[in-house]
Design a protein around this ligand. Structure first.
Ligand SMILES: Cc1cc2nc3c(=O)[nH]c(=O)nc-3n(C[C@H](O)[C@H](O)[C@H](O)COP(=O)(O)O)c2cc1C
Length: 331
């Protein structure tokens, strides 16, 4: 059975969005936003902050396994931190070789490592050796820094290091998030190694998903921004994969989404300081505007608002009923 994974998205998809999206269903697993490892041994609370699911057998409340992602460039330090993380029994540990952020790249981490397959191999091997065998260690890479010349070397180095699967985001660092994603390159990588390869990049619709699988030849796909813009995408893909027709209309989906927006807002207030909470909901609504007219109207209505009370009033006017008593605000 083909697997569908929810991508790591730092600053966009945290445990609250993972909870809501996996409640809708269709995902076989999710990966956390990266935890940056640089020189020190991180305390357990750092992992628990980014992945509170660790306290519930590394699963979202809906039961979807959550893998924790590490980002760093020093093999020994990554290994020591991975060993520490392993004590919290994550569903898996993923290694980030794709982040294009300048602050990360300046320290030689993330996508910059794609210029140095040998080092990528050393990092992955050190982590694999430091972690008990029952915890899978996987990796996520882009196609290269500026060009694709070392993509196959990187994938082969990861395979030789013992990782159990590889997500390929089908773009170079230089290409950022600009379409298209080069799914044909995922096929080349898949053909060069024996590991399960998971295709990633530019899947926004069921049609994209089917084309991505056909071009890459991969059974498994990871979805990022498309999952945030369309919380029902994974469920529709699952329906296609099991030969069922998901004929829920966009209007029906929007009605289903309203209580999920309420749930999201409720949890955000519990986790985020009051002055930042409105921004979090606006960020998600901004993604949802791609698919839902209702989200567009709501986005413009809340955009100028700064306070929780104003947000609550406007959300109620738009049918986002606050099903529970508001939580005490975090200050
Ligand atoms: C806001 C944002 C944050 C991201 N953070 C991470 C991250 O922490 N770790 C990672 O491996 N990839 C990260 N990515 C990359 C995504 O996981 C994914 O590879 C990329 O968005 C391509 O997939 P998509 O076209 O389906 O969005 C991030 C992407 C976005 C848009």
């Amino acid at each position: 059975m083909s697997k569908l994974l929810l991508a790591p998205m730092e600053g966009l998809a945290d445990c609250v969005l993972r909870d809501v999206l996996t409640q809708v269903g269709g995902y076989d697993g999710a990966v956390t936003e990266f935890v940056r490892v640089s020189g020190t041994l991180l305390p357990p609370r750092t992992y628990l902050r980014i992945c509170p699911e660790l306290a519930s057998a590394s699963r979202t409340p809906a039961g979807t396994p959550v893998i924790v992602q590490l980002l760093g460039s020093d093999p020994e330090c990554m290994a020591a931190n991975a060993a520490q993380l392993a004590l919290l029994a994550p569903a898996g540990i993923d290694l980030n070789f794709g982040c294009p952020a300048p602050t990360v790249n300046r320290h030689g981490g993330g996508a910059m490592l794609l210029d140095d397959p040998e080092r990528i191999g050393r990092i992955a091997r050190a982590v694999r050796q430091a972690v008990p065998v029952d915890i899978p260690v996987s990796a996520k890479m882009r196609l290269g820094v500026v060009h694709t010349g070392k993509a196959l070397d990187c994938a082969q180095a990861l395979e030789a290091a013992g990782v159990s699967s590889l997500v390929v985001h089908a773009r170079t660092k230089e290409e950022g998030y600009k379409p298209p994603a080069h799914w044909e390159w995922v096929a080349r990588i898949r053909e060069s190694i024996a590991l399960p390869v998971i295709a990633n990049g530019e899947v926004w619709t069921v049609e994209d998903y089917l084309r991505c699988r056909a071009v890459s030849g991969c059974d498994d796909v990871m979805i990022g921004r498309g999952a945030v813009a369309d919380p029902f995408l994974a469920r529709r893909i699952r329906a296609v994969n099991v030969g069922r027709i998901d004929d829920s209309s966009r209007a029906a989906e929007w009605s289903e989404l309203l209580p999920l927006l309420a749930e999201f807002w409720h949890q955000v207030q519990a986790r985020v300081v009051a002055r930042h909470a409105p921004g979090r909901l606006k960020l998600w609504l901004n993604s949802l505007r791609r698919r839902f007219i209702g989200a567009d109207a709501l986005y413009w209505a809340v955009r100028p608002l700064r306070s929780i009370d104003e947000m609550n009033r406007t959300l109620a006017q738009h049918g986002v009923l606050l099903s529970r008593a508001p939580l005490a605000h975090v200050e």
